[in-house]
Design a protein around this ligand. Structure first.
Ligand code: FES
Ligand SMILES: [Fe+2]
Length: 450
């Protein structure tokens, strides 16, 4: 019997969710660089399995310090290159010793080179290979047509006096519904603010409600803006708001969340987080290759999704929409204008590449790619910093110092490195047992009693 769902009308947005190389959206997304690992991870182990947009690859750093990204399987008899030997130049298959350089060219075949040197069989052998670049403490991959554009040099990669950390999780759903969350202001009130109130066993009072939202496009994405019952047009979240950064991220100022398609059913969440150290700790220097990178669980020991931290709450919502959300069944409302703007922009980008043009936010001019400025609602405290005593007095800041609020599972050593950077001890910063409303204007920001 045919699946009844096959006869249902499909949504006009369906094309947006597919990321394979043989799909229009897969072709579009391959025009951008994607963060796939922390630079420090390759220091600890020189090869790493990467699955990106359905392609199985191995990321490596060779003995000369060059990065490469090649097919997971050897061209010879398909051995797993993850177990290869790193060499001065490239990665050598551990099975029969074929060696590939970072362009994918086979440059040694030990037996053939010895027994039949005149045949130079290796010259005919090439493996899939893609460019890799280190930037901001992350390793970026590009799977698209050459010449590759530039890895965007967003301004925050150059911010000083910050403790940075990179947090990676695997989310069992399609990347596009994750990215739609990057332009969805109203969800914050419910999936985070009011969720935290309910999680404490209370049925209210709920957080101030949103009364107005707006979305404005700029060169590198969209700004989304909000007014709640406790704010007005002078508030920084209306004046500047948050940024849906094109094509794959949410940027809030202190952190950026990239949604990276592993394949159509799985997404890698890669967060780059910046904590401004107190002014007493300046100058604080952390090298890119030293940025701690940790892998965060999404489920607890009972197999249930973790919901204690901000992004964990998001993950629950995205996975709950289905492995691939069925957009033919949704009922969009005025709060979703940003989501429609985003989807339409992707449709325009598909047209652009069909005409041989670059899509939105591809950067090729090196002069335009120096610390590219972005809208940042809380720029002043991030740039100028504050003394620790002042930070600890602000419930929002105190909560952030008391715990990494975005995801559960921060390893002890990262916590200790963070506290050392901030110049405080755990005892100074007991986690608040209170729900902090982080959208509230700073002057009205009080710890809401649970
Ligand atoms: S399978 Fe890789 S060298 Fe033989
Ligand atoms: Fe969220």
């Amino acid at each position: 019997m045919p699946d009844i769902r096959e006869s249902e009308p499909k949504s006009r947005w369906d094309a947006l969710v597919h990321t394979g190389a043989d799909t229009p959206m897969g072709q579009l997304l391959r025009r951008y660089w994607w963060p796939v690992a922390g630079q420090r991870e390759l220091e600890a182990a020189p090869t790493r399995a990467v699955r990106l947009m359905g392609e199985d690859l191995v990321l490596y750093k060779d003995l000369s310090g060059n990065y490469g990204l090649i097919d997971r399987r050897c061209r010879h008899r398909r051995a797993d290159m993850l177990h290869g030997f790193i060499e001065k130049c490239g990665l050598r298959c551990s099975y029969h010793g074929w060696l590939y350089d970072q362009t994918g060219q086979c440059i040694e075949q030990p037996y053939e080179d010895q027994a039949h040197p005149e045949a130079r069989l290796k010259d005919q052998v090439r493996i899939t290979a893609y460019p890799v670049q280190a930037h901001g403490g992350m390793l970026w991959a590009y799977l698209g047509p050459l010449p590759a554009p530039l890895v965007p040099d967003w301004e925050f990669f150059g911010w000083e006096n910050g403790f940075r950390q990179i947090v990676i999780s695997e989310i069992p759903c399609n990347w596009f519904q994750c990215q739609e969350n990057s332009i969805d202001p109203v969800h914050f009130e419910w999936q985070h603010g009011n969720w935290n109130i309910r999680a404490r066993g209370k049925t209210g009072p709920y957080q101030p409600t949103h009364v107005r939202v707006d979305f404005t496009e700029f060169e590198y994405g969209f700004q989304y803006k909000r007014i709640r019952t406790d704010t007005d047009e002078t508030d920084r979240l209306w004046q500047i708001g948050r940024v849906c950064l094109w094509p794959n991220a949410l940027f809030t100022g202190n952190h950026i969340e990239f949604r990276v398609p592993i394949d159509d059913a799985t997404t890698l969440s890669v967060t780059w987080h910046f904590s401004r150290v107190p002014t007493e700790r300046e100058p604080y220097v952390q090298k890119d290759r030293d940025i701690p990178t940790w892998h965060a669980p999404v489920k607890d020991e009972n197999g249930r999704f973790i919901t204690s931290h901000v992004m964990n709450q998001d993950f629950l919502a995205w996975v709950g929409q289905g492995t691939i959300a069925d957009r033919s069944q949704e009922y969009l409302a005025t709060s979703d204008r940003g989501i429609v703007l985003m989807r339409n922009q992707f449709l325009r980008d598909l047209d652009a590449i069909a005409k041989g043009k670059d899509p939105k936010a591809v950067i090729r001019d090196p002069k335009a790619n120096r610390r590219v400025m972005l809208p940042v609602a809380e720029r002043k405290p991030l740039m100028e910093g504050k003394p620790i005593a002042e930070l600890l007095k602000d419930p929002d800041q105190a909560a952030r110092i008391g715990d990494y609020i975005f995801q559960a599972g921060q390893p002890k050593e990262v916590r200790q490195a963070y506290l050392a950077a901030m110049g405080v001890n755990d005892a100074d910063v007991k986690p608040l047992d209170q729900a902090v409303d982080i959208l509230a204007p700073p002057e009205k920001r009080i710890a809401r009693s649970s």
